[in-house]
Write a protein that binds this ligand. Structure first.
Ligand code: B16
Ligand code: MG
Length: 213
């Protein structure tokens, strides 16, 4: 018997890469209020929700901001970010990721997205995967961000698959932690793989084909 029935993919850092766009957009916002922001701080924002990311950036801000002012700054960043996302196209989906997804589908696994991003549906449309997944759980249907397991639990529920039968694919340590808290196993790439945060720590997404017969 196989160990899993469904695979839940994180989006940013697993299916495609939008960190450079996040960086440019946060940098423009930070510059506008005179806060220093660099790639090291940007790395801490991986898998973190938009408002929690803003709080990290504002650690260097000397002053008081109301909740409304913070919302305004987050909106400002998101408008810049969306303009950058509009440049994305199916060419931003690698052959490796697409062929791995297709092969997993051929092997009859259910495939879902579990992303913190509220822009997930837009990004998926941009890269040509708008109608591809059996379920999309993202920043629009959750109230708690990773490492809380909510986003993955909701994806499993949409698929009608129990937590133990789901494998989560993540690039962020907080995402692997979220999978574990939700009673799921995690297969990691990138940062999370280097940190040994997964039950499987992979070199790249295609290694899933060894884990999932
Ligand atoms: P948004 P993931 C995450 O996506 C990003 O890694 C993180 O940097 C971002 O702050 C978060 O989405 C929220 O994104 O502002 O578009 O709602 O890795 O969970 O797919
Ligand atoms: Mg990610």
């Amino acid at each position: 018997m196989r160990d899993f029935d469904a695979v839940i993919f994180d989006l940013d850092g697993v299916i495609c890469y939008t960190d450079e766009y996040h960086y440019q957009a946060w940098k423009a916002m930070a510059d506008s209020i005179g806060v220093s922001f660099d790639r090291e701080i940007n790395n801490r924002l991986r898998g973190v929700s938009r408002m929690a990311s803003l709080d990290i950036i504002l650690e260097k801000y000397h002053g008081e901001l109301s909740e409304a002012e913070k919302e305004e700054l987050a909106d400002q960043k998101n408008e810049i970010y969306k303009k950058l996302l509009a440049q994305m196209s199916p060419a931003d989906l690698s052959d490796e990721v697409k062929s791995t997804l297709d092969e997993l589908r051929r092997r009859s696994y259910q495939l879902a997205i579990g992303s913190s991003s509220k822009n997930a549906p837009f990004i998926l449309r941009q890269i040509g995967l708008g109608e591809y997944f059996d379920a999309v759980s993202d920043g629009n249907n959750i109230t708690r961000s990773k490492p809380d397991p909510e986003v993955f639990e909701k994806a499993a529920k949409m698929l009608w698959v129990g937590a133990k039968r789901c494998l989560v694919v993540e690039d962020a340590v907080s995402g692997a932690e979220a999978a574990h808290k939700g009673g799921m196993k995690a297969a990691c790439v990138g940062d999370a793989s280097r940190a040994g945060a997964g039950d499987y720590n992979m070199k790249s997404v295609k290694d899933l084909l060894e884990i999932l017969p």
